[in-house]
Design a protein around this ligand. Sequence first.
Ligand SMILES: [Fe+2]
Length: 493
Amino acid sequence: MTSREAAKDLVARRTIKELDRRCAALGLVTRPITRVERGRTVEVRERGNGLYELVFGPPDAPEGLAAWITEGRSDAMPDALHVADAKSEAARLAALLECAIADLAAIADRDATISDFCDKLSQSYEEMHCLFRSMRQLACPDSPRNLIDAVCADFQKTLPFRWIALAFHDGPRISPSLRSELIVAGDLNADPEAFRALAREKLGRLSGDSWTRTLTADTHPLAQLVGTDVLVEPVTHDDMLIGVLVAGGKLGRDPDISSEEVQFLDAAADFLGTFHENISRLDEQRAMTMSTLEALVAAIDAKDRYTCGHSERVALLSMMLATDMGLDRATATRVRLSGLVHDVGKIGVPEAILTKPGRPTDEEFAAIRRHPEIGYRILENITGFGDLLPGVLHHHERWDGKGYPHKLAGEDIPLFGRIIGVADAFDAMSSTRSYRSALPRERVLDEVRGGAGKQFDPDIARAMLALDLTEYDLLLQKHADRDGGNGEMRLAA
Ligand SMILES: [Fe+2]
């Protein structure tokens, strides 16, 4: 029962109770009343033998006479009332009841209006709150696909639709992470691939203001596929078509799509258009940052030919370790990036020291040991690199506190630093340096085993020993092949 129906029912029951009370006060016998409806009349009819009927509703109506009858019986009347008075008393009662019914019906109407207004207000509040939540969620687009999944699910829970879908355009200006994606919240009850194809076809026809908001099952294949009317709202930004927001399977007592629902989807589509614009800018920013990173890493490689590919291999090992240790994908990706730039500070170390054949002097080692802090200073002002810095600054700390630059120990060493420290040492031992040749794999693994709890975090050392190194070895081979011409890069035996 809807709130409007409940309000009507409540008023009807109150009316019946009031009529019963008034009749009882007059000593009149009442038959059970089951319904009170507005528009019915109250009349008095004489039945003879001193009996009068008070009829609620027209007698020819199906439930009219049966609805309610009150009998004015002279022997049931209080002493003060005579039979002759019964008719006038019943007529007076009829007039009173008519007024009461009119009042109660008016109250019922007002209650129903208020109830309806409350429903709409409540729905509007939910919708506004939903849009506000979405706006806040979409303001930090770290994982666009997950965010849009969550936002569409929220839209679907707030609006009375069985499902809501968002189909992205496949154009080159659409963010690669969202291009051609179809996101469905709720029960679509149709083949998603067929839906995607029809939505794409609809997208191809959308241009300017020539699109149709509501598609009906008898006129459009998209609506035919899902078996209901659908509401279509284009997602645009600066006249660029980004995708289409589709809602279908209208729920609730009103099967028609209301103007409020159209307005909500319109606002939701605006949010999504702005969100996509932010994502695109972030994509550009990330691409630019990655180019800068690659240039930095290439500069290190160019400076120290012995470490060719070292940063890339440390990045790979660090990500593999993070993944095997159970860190989530996003964190593992950040560990990889931190591994990629961990030695960027070597740019500040004289090339003569980096490439010097034989073991460096203590003074030269001191210069090399400054590279974590130089790297930190190079990267600290680059937006979006904050979480990479601990890996850069602390990848030469040791578990026993004898490392550098801050002599941190145990878990005081940031996790990124501990992971990259193991990966860095493993790769350094596995490749040729200016002052020594690459070590055999078994020897490297022995060094990792022996360094657990001393140089390395024991858990990370254990993960390193258990790692499947197939991918690492392929990368090592690739770098060896690339640098094979000048014989500087040699694989461990
Ligand atoms: Fe380093």
